[in-house]
Design a protein around this ligand. Structure first.
Ligand code: ADP
Ligand code: MG
Length: 226
């Protein structure tokens, strides 16, 4: 189980009023399933994802994963949380252009000082349908293939939660659908939380849709059982 409890975030900017990006967000998630966070630009979606993924710290509130609260986390605990529990996928892929597909995936482990098990990388490339692309560089791939590399890189750490921030934002509609179908498949075995502003995608693929407006959860609905 994963929870966000009373999460708030205020950004202080050099000039102007502080920005209250998130206000007392409380959410509980199960261990698997595909959850969408839906909302207009500026509603706080990325902020919520960053806080839940440990990329940024809340002004107030905590996250709790399998009974462990972030309330007393030191920097080393945040590092451990990010390294072992969560994977991130971004709209812009964020791949290393000089490295092959294989090495882009393997480096995620090396950065954690873990031994790179080539067979694990083989399995993951297969899972994202890139088994023949391991030797290519990102520039030699389509946008959808690049996003699959980014997903593979997030998966290699075997995280409990996969966070994706507008993962289809740079892709055409059909390629976007194939990425969401892949994330949906993965959500059978882990919690997948996807930020989008595309309601059609959220309704087509989500097991649950959480809507944010102005930093507040304004709707939260699970798909009715079929
Ligand atoms: P979304 O992802 O839904 O578009 P964000 O979470 O990025 O929304 O932003 C929510 C609000 O917080 C917006 O008003 C945005 O301008 C503000 N914001 C986001 N990041 C920062 C930051 N680093 N500094 C100041 N304000 C920020
Ligand atoms: Mg955003």
């Amino acid at each position: 189980m994963f929870q966000a409890i009373g999460l708030s975030k205020t950004y202080h900017v050099k000039k102007g009023e502080p920005v209250q990006a998130l206000r007392n967000v409380n959410l509980t998630f199960g261990d698997t399933g595909m959850v969408f966070i839906l909302g207009k630009s500026g509603s706080g979606k990325s902020t919520l994802l960053h806080l839940m993924g440990g990329l940024d710290k809340p002004t107030a509130g905590e996250i709790v994963l399998d009974g462990q609260s972030s309330a007393n986390f030191k920097d080393a605990d945040w590092d451990r949380y990010r390294n072992h529990n969560v994977g991130f996928v971004f709209q812009e892929y964020n791949l290393l252009p000089e490295f092959t597909v294989r090495d882009n995936v393997g480096i995620a482990l090396e950065l954690q000082k873990k031994k790179v098990d080539e067979s694990v990388i083989d399995d993951i490339l297969k899972e994202v349908e890139l088994e023949d692309m391991g030797k290519r560089k990102p520039a030699e791939l389509s946008g959808g293939q690049r996003q699959r590399v980014a997903i593979a890189r997030a998966l290699v750490k075997n995280p409990k939660i996969l966070f994706a921030d507008e993962p289809t934002g740079a892709l055409d509609e059909n390629t976007g659908k194939s990425i969401l179908a892949l994330l949906k498949k993965l959500s059978a075995g882990k919690l997948v939380i996807v930020v989008t502003h595309d309601r059609d995608f959220a309704e087509a693929y989500g097991d649950r849709i959480i809507e944010l407006s102005d930093g507040i959860v304004v709707a939260d609905s699970a798909r009715p059982a079929e």
